[in-house]
Design a protein around this ligand. Structure first.
Ligand code: NAP
Ligand code: HSE
Length: 429
């Protein structure tokens, strides 16, 4: 039986997981594909690093040409990450009429539609299940299972590192830096963990999801994005007091001609499904006009969960190649440029925390600034001893527009009553 030959670009957390899974499930693979899968060459930067025992070190190379120039390779698996040289490698593989499997959401968010068009033009597949949700098969669900439906809304926890860090801070009282270090040690974080905690990784994933859910090709850098660095342990306590949990969310909605995409921390009601998704778990709630609501959840990062998705793609594209139908799955993906709905028009409730000096008239100044902007207060609590130290004053608003809330916060931040910059967290209903 002639094996399907794989060129593995990268052998870190995910690449190592792929090798482990292919070794452990060899028999299953043969049954599924009708041939064994053979990883013939493995590109890395450092040939001397310790790697998973499943790696045959004679296959290691640091020379891209040794892999990309090998005409006997059937499928390339890109698990290097980053933009450069990953983009050039993927394009070269596609141009040489070999299918590519990638978990690189950064690359897809920036160039997904053009890479898909390139794959279609070359009659090959570009498969990317591992790029969003780790082991959760959300790409397949959007691409295949919901092909006859119209998705109008999706919201999810799509960054395992952020969810892990927020969970460890809330449940165990761990500091931010220590929690990030743990996520790195477990293989959840990106090579640059700033991509995780500043929200960019979730924004990349949202752009990939929006491409399939709304057929939208959007400028990745223009998605309003906030990370979790500004979340203080005190915010977790206040959120709990009001019956909420803080989660880092990626949200997408159809808005007429435009599409609303945003990534930020949010207060989620403690009974809501996403509130109880903890640690490295991810969950994506999808609403279709015909199906209604559905929620997918599972391990969103790490070697083996992500490898499950990557290997599923490898099996699909290998099967397609053996059957002479390469490119069929990718041909079904249709995208068009979509404008982003302005964030200023967003309507919702808000959690506002002010650090102020406990003096007569301060509350009136805060309420006045909010009232002048048309923002109405629903609940309020004050905490702290007062005296010389500032107190924490937390308000939940009634429904307001983002524009008005930002205007009021600007006025308060510039006034002498604020001892620190106000903190705002949107409430997700
Ligand atoms: P990683 O552990 O940093 O591994 C990256 C691998 O690529 C390493 O083996 C590295 O070589 C190699 N590499 C990087 N740049 C290279 C270059 N210029 N030339 C040759 N080799 C190069 O990263 P990872 O966590 O496995 O992530 C890989 C991809 O999967 C990324 O796109 C990431 O966003 C995505 N992803 C990761 C997860 C996860 O849970 N970790 C989940 C889903 C998707 P050396 O080993 O020699 O340094
Ligand atoms: N760094 C990513 C995360 C890996 O933490 O979710 C999975 O894509």
């Amino acid at each position: 039986m002639k094996p399907v030959r794989i060129g593995l670009l990268g052998c870190g957390t995910v690449g190592g997981g792929v090798l482990q899974l292919l070794r452990a499930k060899g028999e299953q693979v043969v049954q599924s594909v009708g041939a064994p899968i053979e990883v013939t060459s493995v590109l890395v930067r450092d040939a001397d690093k310790t790697r998973v025992p499943e790696l045959d070190r004679s296959r290691l190379t640091t020379d891209p040409e040794a892999v990309l120039g090998d005409a006997s390779i059937d499928v390339f698996v890109e698990v290097m990450g980053g933009f450069d040289p990953a983009r050039a490698f993927v394009e070269r593989a596609i141009d040489s009429k070999r299918s590519v499997v990638t978990a690189n959401k950064m690359l897809l968010a920036m160039h997904g539609p053009s890479l898909i068009d390139r794959a279609i033009a070359n009659g090959v597949d570009l498969a990317f299940e591992g790029s969003v949700g780790g082991g959760i098969p959300v790409i397949r669900v959007l691409r295949e299972a919901l092909a006859s439906d119209s998705v109008v809304r999706l919201e999810g926890i799509v960054n395992g590192t952020c969810n892990y860090v927020l969970t460890r801070m809330r449940a165990e009282g761990l500091g931010f830096d220590a929690a990030v270090r743990e996520a790195q040690a477990k293989g959840y974080a990106e090579a640059d963990p700033g991509l995780d905690v500043d929200g960019h990784d979730a924004a990349h994933k949202l752009v990939v999801l929006a491409m399939l859910a709304f057929g939208g090709s959007v400028e990745s850098g223009s998605v309003p994005t906030e990370g979790i660095r500004g979340i203080d342990p005190i915010d977790h306590r206040f959120a709990q007091r009001f019956g909420f949990v803080i989660k880092h969310l990626a949200i997408g909605r159809e808005r007429g001609e435009a599409v609303e995409l945003r990534v930020h921390p949010a207060l989620v009601h403690q009974e809501a499904p996403l509130a109880n998704v903890n640690g490295v778990m991810n969950a994506i709630a999808i609403e279709g006009t015909a199906l209604g609501a559905t929620v997918l959840s599972g391990r969103g990062a790490g070697d083996l969960p992500t490898a499950v998705s990557v290997v599923a793609d490898v099996l699909d594209v290998a099967r397609a190649r053996r059957s002479g139908v390469s490119g069929l799955a990718t041909r079904g993906i249709k995208t068009r440029a979509r404008a982003l709905a302005p964030m200023d028009d967003l309507k919702g409730r808000y959690y506002l925390r002010f650090q102020v000096h406990d003096r007569p008239g301060v509350l009136a100044r805060l309420a006045g600034a909010l009232g002048d902007a048309g923002v109405s207060i629903e609940q309020m609590v004050q905490e702290g001893a007062g005296g010389a130290s500032p107190v924490e004053l937390v308000m939940l608003t009634h429904e307001a527009t983002e524009r008005d809330v930002q205007r009021a916060l600007g006025v308060i931040a510039r006034s002498e009553v604020a001892a620190a910059a106000p903190r705002m967290i949107r409430i997700q209903e």
